[in-house]
Design a protein around this ligand. Structure first.
Ligand SMILES: NC(=O)c1ccc[n+]([C@@H]2O[C@H](COP(=O)([O-])OP(=O)(O)OC[C@H]3O[C@@H](n4cnc5c(N)ncnc54)[C@H](OP(=O)(O)O)[C@@H]3O)[C@@H](O)[C@H]2O)c1
Length: 285
């Protein structure tokens, strides 16, 4: 039986993985919450990984508040930069394969008109993106047996995400403003969980960096409108530009990821973001 450690065990991606593991009898999953395993605690990371001889470690732990990261830089770098480093170093000593999640926010989104491929130059424009890029680089430097999966605009039935914010706003407000000049691909965390499990089940040795998102693109405005259409919420949505949105953080205007490499290596067929959203909403209702 193969054993798998999942860090950040109470986050939305980890919970989507947990929902799916009943189908995998030959695998033993151990989920550790942030209080059980703080990935910034180097010695604890080494102790936990050394004493369990896991086959895989899925790092779902991250500092994910893009807004707060601007003020809490030290913590963001600790969790997103040093945490993955400690995990990679500990995994190397135990021969545990590391699956780590990163983000389209490693790119600046400036002057980009076609989807980013894995070899495009990363150039983050905010602290969250910088800290996530540090995590990627630390892993690449420390340990070859890794899969780094960059994804974008994750949502699910769990945790805090754009979908849940919109659903909650639709119950409280009759009109909202949503940004229309940032383009990306909303990705259901359950689809990413499926890919992660597929990598494990297939025992793939095609280590490296991959992009994974739903297919198709939209703005946050389009995403909000689609959520309200699919849930039949009656709310007026007004377009605004990033410049009109009060925020202390810069966000890329374009973050679409090219999935060609993941498709050819893992034999996956990315769902369109609208279809994924619809199957998730159908499940909820
Ligand atoms: N959400 C997005 O839109 C998005 C987009 C692209 C990429 N990603 C990446 O996708 C991955 C999964 O994100 P997600 O949306 O599932 O995030 P999430 O729901 O915010 O979950 C992150 C988890 O990490 C835990 N955590 C924080 N600090 C920790 C630490 N020091 N040690 C151990 N655990 C810690 C959190 O626990 P507490 O709540 O107890 O702090 C939380 O359970 C992350 O790598 C993220 O950067 C996310």
């Amino acid at each position: 039986m193969k054993s798998i450690l999942v860090t950040g065990g109470e986050g939305q991606l980890a919970l989507c993985i947990k929902d799916r593991i009943s189908f995998y009898d030959d695998y033993k999953f151990i989920f550790k919450s942030s209080s059980e395993l703080d990935i910034t605690n180097e010695s604890l990371v080494h102790t936990v990984i050394k004493s369990n001889s896991f086959d895989y470690c899925i790092n779902c732990a991250a500092y994910t508040s893009v807004e707060k990261a601007e003020k809490e830089q030290k913590t963001a770098f600790e969790v997103n930069g040093n945490g993955p480093k400690y995990l990679a170093e500990a995994c190397k000593l135990s021969g545990t394969i590391l699956i780590h999640i990163s983000t389209d926010y490693v790119f600046d989104g400036i002057n980009k008109k076609k989807p980013y491929i894995e070899t495009d130059i990363a150039n983050p424009i905010n602290v969250y993106g910088l800290s996530k890029l540090k995590g990627e680089n630390e892993i690449k430097k420390s340990y070859k047996k890794h899969f780094i999966l960059r994804t974008s605009w994750l949502y699910s039935e769990y945790g805090n995400n754009f979908l849940k914010t919109m659903l909650s706003l639709s119950k409280k407000k009759s009109e909202i403003e949503v940004i229309n000049d940032q383009i990306g691909a909303p990705t259901y965390a359950g689809d990413l969980a499926d890919l992660i499990l597929k990598i494990i089940i297939s025992s793939s040795k095609s280590y490296g960096l991959y992009h994974f998102s739903s297919s198709g693109t939209c703005s946050w405005f389009d995403f909000a409108v689609e959520i309200f259409n699919q849930t039949r919420a009656s709310i007026i949505v007004d377009r605004i530009s990033s410049a009109d949105y009060l925020s202390n953080v810069k966000r890329p205007h374009y973050g679409v990821l090219d999935n060609t490499k993941a498709k050819s290596n893992f034999n996956i067929n990315n769902k369109n973001w609208r279809d994924s959203l619809s199957s998730m909403i159908n499940k909820l209702t």
